[in-house]
Design a protein. Structure first.
Lengths: 332, 288
């Protein structure tokens, strides 16, 4: 059994919505956007965990919580048995070194006024990864690692393409020799051909450096390609989590089934018995009671409307948060 | 030429071409020439002025412009050209001293409240509202009235009011820059707040502030000479444009050149700063 590096426990995060004067006068209660509604997750040493879901479901929020860009409203994240939001841990910069993040937008994630060399050297210096005399050599090494030419060190970010910038971002994250990488929509801003390059580079580096990766994306085929395990998020909750191949070939939760059937298939015989979801993703301002998916689910029962389903192991599948998992999957 | 020489020539070329592009704009070029000449006059007034600005000659009072006295002479027979030239020192000093402290304080406060937000930001917002409600000149006059007239007090008064405008601009820019992932990346990297604010956010947020600074220098000269005119800034017999205009005021119908010439000096210098500010906006904009 591989070791668990990170344990996320019942993570909630809500952002208060500012109230207008009228709301205050009318004594309307303050609203809040519930971005995460109890996410529990374990990240295991050396694995790639894919996180999928539609826009606004809380994927990126989860990623940003893990690197402490957001503090959760409640719930905990433990990294090697230490609560990362504890007072002592917050002061400790070593967590920032060991868990790194790569961002979606390669055009805003690099300081436009710093050369590639400066960006990498800064990370090395702050975390004292190398003595001053070896920094230039290490920068060169990092550039080679992400297959950028050596003269890239003197150039400013605007001189690079999107794919090259994303590789600089990878180099920056790797400069501090992290153990866990959080990739938030790493390639969704790139052309398909460049996506493959960057993703394959990431997988190769993972192999070489024994990295654990949390791969947040909305591109399902990509996630299937890179992940060992996959978590499906719906309205700030994990509805299904399991082994990547099993989940993609036989999704168990009605939402996962709908989500996967919406992905285009390359099989010409697959005429697409796509499951049509009704309605839209409910507003996170007003999360439905019971199962958050019940307003759009085909199999909805009275129980679904009132009782929140918890993740439970389904025989031969992963873990599913659905009251009717057994029945739903018998018919399927 | 070796390869290394070619690449090094290339890297040193890049900033030059930017300056060249800016200089190709006639406005920036004219502004640079005006401010360059003004700086020379301010630093070495003795080299350019034909007479001692304080030499009194009762035999030659209020003479009209002539070859001997191109700007004429004033009511005490002092050479008006020499006085306008010597005033460059004080008035250019105003452009710098009345703005540079406001700039420093404003940029620091603005960057800090923009980065940390919270209660400090709310208090800052109220301060800004309070200061901006008053016309700038009225507020400065009020402060000078409390502190007493004089150049030093005038600088203190302008700084006390002026930093708010810099801070407001800086705060808004820092907040806008915070929306970029490079700021988040700095936090994820575990960089100190100081490093993120001053190494990462500030260089990207400062361009509009620098451009505003140039305009503000022109305004500072205008404000300084207004206060000089009102007797709240530089004090006679100090040669200062506002003071010179005030001295000539009583003779405006008979010796118009006494007030007109320093007025033209204010206009030209102000124009120079504004043109430079306009050019800098293009020069400092990051590429890509």
């Amino acid at each position: 059994m591989t070791q668990t590096v990170m344990k996320i426990d019942d993570l909630h995060l809500s952002f208060p919505v500012s109230r207008s004067l009228l709301d205050v006068v009318q004594r309307k209660p303050g609203k809040s956007v519930n971005a995460l509604n109890g996410v529990s997750l374990e990240l295991k040493q050396g694995e790639t965990l894919g996180v999928v879901g539609e826009s606004g479901c809380g994927k990126s929020t989860l990623a940003r919580c893990i690197v402490r860009l957001y503090a959760p409203t409640s719930g905990q994240i433990h990294f090697e048995d230490e609560n990362i939001f504890g007072a002592a841990a917050r002061k400790d910069r070593s967590y920032n070194r060991r868990v790194q993040m790569m961002f979606q937008d390669p055009y805003s994630s690099l300081n436009p006024r710093m050369s590639t060399g400066d960006i990498l050297a800064e990370a090395l210096r702050v975390h004292q990864m190398r003595p001053e005399s070896e920094i230039a050599a290490r920068v060169a090494e990092l550039l080679e690692l992400v297959r950028l030419p050596q003269d890239a060190a003197d150039k400013l970010p605007h001189e690079f393409s999107g794919g090259q910038r994303q590789r600089i971002a990878i180099a920056r994250a790797l400069a501090v020799e992290p153990e866990v990488l959080i990739a938030d929509e790493l390639v969704s801003a790139l052309d398909v051909s460049v996506q493959a390059q960057v993703v394959n580079l990431l997988l190769e580096l993972q192999d070489r450096l024994n990295l654990t990766i949390l791969f947040v994306a909305h591109d399902l085929r990509l996630v299937r390609h890179v992940s060992n395990r996959v978590a499906v998020i719906y309205l700030g909750r994990i509805v299904e989590i399991g082994d990547s191949e099993t989940l993609f070939s036989a999704p168990s939760h009605p939402y996962s089934q709908a989500l996967l059937s919406a992905a285009p298939s390359l099989d010409p015989d697959d005429k697409g018995a796509a499951i049509q979801l009704e309605g839209e993703l409910p507003s996170p301002l007003n999360v439905p009671s019971g199962c958050p998916f019940h307003v759009r689910c085909r199999h909805v029962t009275a129980q679904c409307r009132t009782v929140v389903p918890v993740l439970r192991v389904l025989e031969g599948r992963g873990e599913v948060a659905c009251h009717l998992a057994e029945e739903v999957n018998q018919h399927a | 030429m070796s390869d290394a020489a070619v690449t090094s020539a290339k890297t040193s070329d890049a900033p030059q071409t930017r300056v060249q592009i800016a200089l190709r704009k006639p406005g920036f070029l004219i502004g640079a020439v005006i401010i360059g000449c003004s700086a020379l006059l301010a630093l070495f007034p003795g080299l350019f002025s034909p007479y001692d600005p304080n030499f009194i000659d009762y035999l030659a009072v209020r003479q009209p412009p002539s070859w001997a006295h191109p700007f004429g002479t004033d009511m005490l027979g002092r050479d008006a050209l020499s006085r306008v030239i010597h005033a460059y020192t004080v008035n250019m000093q105003m452009a710098i001293l009345a703005t540079v402290f406001a700039l420093t304080i404003g940029v620091t406060v603005g960057a800090l409240v923009g980065y940390y937000r919270g209660v400090a930001d709310m208090i800052f917002g109220r301060v800004v509202d309070a200061v901006i409600t008053f016309p700038f000149l009225v507020l400065v006059i009020a402060v000078v009235a409390v502190l007493g007239p004089g150049l030093i007090n005038m600088y203190i008064a302008i700084t006390l009011v002026g930093w708010v405008y810099y801070a407001r601009l800086m705060r808004a820019e820092v907040i806008a820059q915070m929306g970029n992932d490079y700021a988040s990346a700095g936090i994820v990297m575990g960089y100190s707040d100081r490093r993120i604010i001053f190494r990462h956010l500030l260089p990207n947020a400062i361009t509009p502030v620098i451009v505003y600074w140039m305009t503000d220098m022109a305004l500072a000269i205008l404000l300084g000479s207004s206060l000089g005119y009102l007797g709240l800034g530089a004090q006679p017999p100090q040669a200062e444009w506002g003071v010179l205009i005030a001295e000539g005021r009583n003779f405006i119908t008979t010796a118009w050149w006494l007030s007109l010439m320093p007025g033209i000096a204010i206009v030209i210098t102000g124009l120079g700063f504004s043109l430079i500010g306009d050019g800098l906006a293009d020069l400092l904009r990051p590429r890509g």
